[in-house]
Design a protein around this ligand. Structure first.
Ligand SMILES: [Zn+2]
Length: 252
């Protein structure tokens, strides 16, 4: 028997709540990695300037020292950026469902261990991106054409070498925030006893056809989906899983 006074949920409204504050955290994280990239690129550009002044045209030990310092910076800045994003998404996720599900604390979800694994994987992705950039920078400094280049020519080559990395770092921040938000939503719902969810897309032009086909379909948590991912887990996916409360109704 369903409780007649049970508030029915509007999937579209809940879906909007599940994304809106997480997207604020996402934008902040993206700006954070952009700033990190720009700072690091500034260090490489300054090195190009110094290298020319010094008249050293061989592989410079400065580059190796700078690489070590930069990768340490990527780690420490990456940790701060991730942790801030995670705090914001945890709060966003609790807020999104506060009127829909019973209050579930992070401790109730057992998500902390999963979060630690997620954090390490996220930091590895940033590390890989900036290592690749360091490699591209090294190629610029060590190429024969660098020898006769002016400071501004060298700096231009360094800027070109970084274009892909900046974009990649932005994508990592974006993608990881959405995945984190989706995994946390699942953990909260499962901990609250929710068995099923409604797949809701963000209903804009960016939604892939394969995801659009799933809009408003109901799945059991853990059940394989036609695209092989749960909401928010495919690359840059903005779909969310809105809890279906039938089971909770029946239990009450
Ligand atoms: Zn999607």
């Amino acid at each position: 028997m369903k409780r007649p006074n049970r508030k029915r949920i509007n999937p579209a409204a809940v879906a909007t709540r599940m994304l809106v504050r997480a997207e604020v955290a996402e934008r902040r994280y993206v700006r954070g990695v952009q700033n990190l990239f720009d700072h690091i690129q500034g260090e490489y550009l300054a090195l190009a300037d110094m290298r020319m002044d010094s008249g050293i045209h061989k592989k410079t030990p400065w580059l190796a020292a700078l690489e070590i310092r930069i990768l340490a910076l990527v780690r420490s800045a990456g940790e701060k950026l991730f942790d801030r994003m995670a705090i914001e998404v945890v709060a966003a996720s609790a807020w999104a469902i506060k009127d829909t599900l019973p209050a579930i604390t992070l401790a109730d979800t057992g998500f902390s261990a999963q979060m630690a694994v997620f954090r390490e994987a996220n930091l590895s992705l940033l590390d890989e991106a900036f290592r690749e950039y360091a490699g591209a920078v090294r190629v610029v400094f060590e190429s024969p054409s660098a020898i006769g280049a002016t400071v501004s020519q060298l700096q231009e080559l360094l800027k070109q070498a970084g274009v892909g990395t900046r974009a990649r770092a932005e994508l990592i921040a974006r993608d990881q925030t959405l995945k984190f938000n989706g995994q946390l939503a699942k953990a909260r719902q499962v901990a609250a006893g929710v068995l099923k969810y409604t797949w809701v897309t963000s209903r804009d032009e960016r939604v892939r056809a394969t995801h659009k086909a799933l809009d408003r379909r109901v799945f059991h948590w853990g059940e394989p989906t036609p695209i092989g991912y749960e909401p928010g887990q495919d690359y840059q996916c903005r779909c969310v899983a809105v809890p279906v409360l039938d089971h909770l109704d029946n239990k009450a």
